[in-house]
Design a protein around this ligand. Structure first.
Ligand SMILES: [Zn+2]
Length: 82
């Protein structure tokens, strides 16, 4: 959660402070492309957002990108259809 960073004080001294780690952008689990519609925020900030702003509401939203999800649904439909 926290990472030690060097910060210069107004007097010129360099001190070590605990800075917050920046959250990473969400990526697709299959093609590793960055996902759209997923905020780059820490979990406590994401909890404060409305539900519709947290991740896409479709199945696998926030886990697979739209094209990978589409491919997955097609594959699944083909298997059921025989
Ligand atoms: Zn993908």
């Amino acid at each position: 959660m926290f990472k030690i960073v060097k910060r210069r004080t107004p007097t010129g001294r360099i001190v070590l402070v605990r800075g917050r780690k920046r959250p990473r952008i969400a990526i697709c689990a299959r093609c590793k492309k960055p996902l759209h519609g997923v905020p780059i925020k820490i979990p406590s900030e994401i909890r404060r957002l409305s539900k519709s702003k947290r991740r896409p509401s479709r199945p696998f939203g926030g886990y697979l990108c739209s094209s990978c999800a589409r491919e997955y649904f097609r594959e699944k439909a083909r298997k059921i259809g025989g």
